[in-house]
Design a protein around this ligand. Structure first.
Ligand SMILES: [Zn+2]
Length: 136
């Protein structure tokens, strides 16, 4: 993958990044409280800079990252209050971007369907991040 040279970011580091956000910016991704489809044309590439990835190395013998989701409180994939659980889908496929103006942290991954490629983004709310140790 193209993100091989991005540094792996832990839940703690992601939390630290997300808490640096301030409000003096109108970047388009602020609306992505839950996962939103963001076509390339709407992605503010001049403001957003890749700072790392949540994508872990595959354990030996495992063909694919898990598609299991983490919703202990009955949330759904696209709930705005769904936990950001870095070991679970789709967070385990995300790269991490920061806005150069307001320092907001945004997660982004690409979903490959049978006939489509869809880019999804979610603004990181630090309150929603679940530490790696929460995994059962
Ligand atoms: Zn911004």
């Amino acid at each position: 993958m193209s993100n091989k040279n991005l540094q792996l970011i832990s839940a703690e580091e992601l939390h630290a990044m997300a808490t640096q956000m301030h409000d003096n910016c109108t970047c388009a991704l602020k609306i992505c409280k839950g996962w939103e489809s963001v076509p390339d044309a709407r992605w503010p590439a001049d403001q957003m800079h890749a700072v790392g990835t949540l994508r872990q190395e595959l354990p030996e013998g495992q063909m694919e990252l898990t598609f299991e989701e983490f919703h202990p409180n009955g949330t759904r994939y696209d709930s705005s209050n769904a936990p950001i659980a870095v070991d679970y889908f789709p967070y385990n496929r995300c790269d991490v971007f920061k806005c150069s103006t307001c320092q907001c942290a945004v997660l982004k991954y690409t979903e490959f369907g049978g006939y489509y490629v869809d880019t999804r983004a979610r603004l990181v709310d630090p309150e929603m991040i679940v530490a790696r140790s929460a995994k059962a």
